[in-house]
Design a protein around this ligand. Structure first.
Ligand SMILES: C[S@@+](CC[C@H](N)C(=O)[O-])C[C@H]1O[C@@H](n2cnc3c(N)ncnc32)[C@H](O)[C@@H]1O
Length: 276
């Protein structure tokens, strides 16, 4: 694994993530073998907008039950499970961070979805799949950790079937100005490669994709963080919230990301592309 990738995996490694999740479930009155998808909803989608944003992305992809989908940088698998459950497609998640993949597998098995959703440790820059393996691919809040967007796009192009769709929902640069760290995806700029939508589109075009839509979801993200803050002010952090994944400096990361959004320096942007 490349040095940057090792640093990225270290950034996301909690150290005792499953124990933290089981302890959160206990506070919710649930047991290790007795929880539902909804109990994880506050933390198993590590991107702005959570489930709402995943559903919005899925709605823009022509997903069908018989399809196979690759979720790149799947984290602990919330989005992969959603695609499998809502559409019925067979989903594979791949992620650099072994602890996330182990956690994704354990949660998915508990939820009875292991037949339809599988997970692998691996890099988006060296996808370990045969050419034309998948009908569709998704990437949610991952590209900020990947410098070489052209290599990323070329990898996804290779593993997609002809006419396959690639749905991206990443934090992108929306205007000039310094990004203040820590951010949820990086402690400092050494592992942060936030790029503009134009740079993504250039990489997609060079790989042989045609971009079919683009949407800035800044307001959705601001509303998401406003709701999170209101909940925190009213009742403190929930037993299972994104702070579990973000670690000790979660509050600082959230404050920084909200400031960057408010200043128009970054925005979560959806890009849908189709493989030629
Ligand atoms: C902010 S989390 C998003 C996780 C998930 N997509 C979600 O929305 O819940 C970013 C994830 O991307 C993964 N990641 C970063 N760079 C990667 C790469 N080069 N290849 C595979 N996964 C990567 C990290 O390990 C982490 O799990």
């Amino acid at each position: 694994m490349a040095n940057i990738e090792q640093q990225v995996a270290r950034h996301y490694t909690h150290g005792a993530l499953r124990e933290a999740i089981y302890s959160g479930l206990k506070s919710l009155g649930r047991g290790v073998d007795d929880f539902r998808d909804a109990d994880l909803a506050g933390m198993d989608e590590f991107h702005m907008g959570g489930r709402e944003a995943t559903a919005a992305l899925a709605a823009k992809l022509d997903l069908k039950p018989a399809m196979s989908l690759l979720d790149i940088g799947c984290g602990i698998g919330g989005a992969a499970r959603y695609f499998a459950q809502s559409v019925g497609c067979r989903t594979t998640g791949i992620d650099l961070t072994p602890e996330f993949v182990e956690t994704a597998r354990a949660l998915t098995a508990h939820l009875g979805l292991a037949e339809r959703v599988e997970f692998r440790v691996g890099s988006a820059l060296e996808l370990p799949f045969a050419d034309a393996s998948f009908d569709a691919a998704t990437l949610l809040h991952v590209g900020m950790n990947i410098a070489d967007k052209k290599r990323l796009a070329a990898n996804v192009h290779r593993v997609l079937k002809r006419n396959g769709q690639f749905g991206i929902f990443d934090v992108m640069r929306a205007g000039p100005g310094p990004i203040v760290y820590p951010q949820p995806w990086a402690a400092d700029e050494s592992t942060s490669f936030v790029a503009s939508a134009a740079e993504y589109k250039e990489a997609l075009g060079a790989a042989g994709f045609v971009v079919t839509s683009e949407q800035n979801q800044r307001q959705m993200a601001l509303d998401f963080f406003a709701r999170m803050r209101a909940r925190m002010a009213a009742s403190g952090p929930p037993p299972l919230g994104l702070h579990v994944l973000m670690g000790k400096d979660a509050a600082q990361k959230v404050a920084n990301v909200v400031t960057m959004l408010q200043q128009g320096i970054i925005a979560p942007i959806e890009i849908i592309a189709r493989r030629n």
